[in-house]
Design a protein around this ligand. Sequence first.
Ligand SMILES: [Zn+2]
Length: 343
Amino acid sequence: MYYSHLSQLKTMLKEPQIQQLNDYFAGLIGGATENITVSKISEALNWEPSLASKVLAGCKRLGIVSETYGIRCPECSTLIQRIETLDQLPQSSFECYACGEEITITTQDIEVLFSLINPMVFLSGQQENEILKTPVAQENSLDGFLKLNGINEYFFCPTEDEYEELDKMYTRIFVTQKTKKDTGDTLEKLVIYMFGLCRAFRTNGIKTTTNQIDCYVRNSLFIPYGVFNTIGRRFVIECKNENKVPKGDYMSKLHSIIHLMGSDYGTIKFGIIVSKVRGPSTFRALANKVFLKEKLIIISINGKEIKNLIDCRGNLLEMIERKIDEVTMDATTDLVEAGLYNT
Ligand SMILES: [Zn+2]
């Protein structure tokens, strides 16, 4: 009889495969329970890496395994460090303690390692003593994992509790506060919380000598593709609390903040305006002009869209990606209706 949670994988696995996976997990003891990779499952069970990758992502959602990351030196393949979350990644180049080379870590040097959360539910079996000094196999790398599982889904996957918390914040700001009873919740807090749910982002409001920035987002992981490639290492969000359609200067404050920050914070090429109500109808055409002239992308998200995202359990990164497309192409076609995006 297999560990009952595994049966929930039957949308992707057949009964004998579930049994196979159960037997594999049951056969691991000691270090082996903490160093499960896509290629180990793929080799042991003779499955395609793409299936092994999806199954491990599924096991993680079900709370059967947790995910950590091993950083391997791109020069000598030594496992240098094991980190729990991606924001612990080294942010600049450093010297490898094993080979002495100056190295910079990319997503190809990060090995995705899964650990059985409760190995005792499986029977004891085979011990593994050491992690071999081998380069990161493509299917085990974070890079490979993202390509197989979808980058937006990987980085933005709030739990049901987190979506509910967002919904409560939304209600307190957009519904309850109309009675003028201040609950201390603000649009700024909601934005900081919502963007903070994205795994690679660290968010907070900050003050500079000249400005108050409602939400400053640091992207701790540079991934050279997808939405991350466009938004870069850091970006800023401005919140607009007005309850009526903002006027023509909708974009000017954020635009000037980004210009002023440019020299102090490195190049910022992306910004978001979050407004309670929909921005002016001229916004997209204006944003497109700014993009063509300065390669700076500014998108706008309104309260109704946030509500819709929460209700549909939508993906924030997918929404950002769609809005970037709309601004850069100056699209007049609705990209959701055109079937290109879900959110
Ligand atoms: Zn090294």
